[in-house]
Write a protein of this length. Structure first.
Length: 180
């Protein structure tokens, strides 16, 4: 059995378990590159970087992404969940855009989350932002409804729709949806 046959067999077995699409991302593309672009709406920073290539995550690309998604209020950097990055990569492809994700919120320290929670009832006490498993985003030139629908179609975590605040929350927790 060659590598390709082995990967197909593994994909068939994993697909049968009903795992979400991003969990299969590494199996679906064993070669090539995954890159993401971000623009942080609070700091004005932007980055476009490859975070995965030829079957491996790239430490330098991950470091750049972790930095731009940091808690800018506390200046704390946390390693973002790789499955969240893969989910964003699949979403970007589904949306057929190369525009950068505009970041409203990435990682949040517990102190920042508590402060934001004190100002808004829309901030969860045990937010997945504090585990680096969530991001609040929008995409220039793409309607929020389209971003939400792309995230929902992947059935890979939570999707919150906040049209009044102009962002979509995406996380890699349990599958659920809500509007704020």
């Amino acid at each position: 059995m060659n590598r390709r046959q082995f990967l197909k067999l593994g994909l068939a077995g994993v697909a049968g378990l009903g795992l979400p699409a991003p969990a299969l991302a590494g199996l679906l593309s064993p070669a090539g590159e995954r890159a993401l672009s971000f623009y942080n709406t609070h700091t004005g920073e932007s980055v476009r970087t490859a975070y995965w290539a030829e079957g491996d995550y790239l430490p330098e690309g991950l470091k750049e992404i972790d930095f731009i998604l940091r808690d800018f209020r506390a200046n704390e950097v946390q390693a973002m969940d790789r499955s969240l990055l893969d989910l964003l990569y699949v979403m970007r492809n589904r949306l057929e855009t190369q525009k950068p994700f505009q970041i409203i919120s990435g990682y949040r320290s517990p102190a920042t989350n508590a402060a934001l929670r004190g100002r808004s009832n829309g901030v969860a006490k045990h937010s997945l932002h504090m585990e680096a498993k969530a991001i609040d985003i929008r995409l220039e030139g793409v309607s929020l409804a389209h971003v939400r629908n792309a995230a929902l179609s992947l059935k890979s975590g939570g999707v919150g729709y906040y049209p009044g605040s102009n962002f979509v929350h995406v996380d890699v927790g349990r599958v659920r949806q809500w509007a704020g």
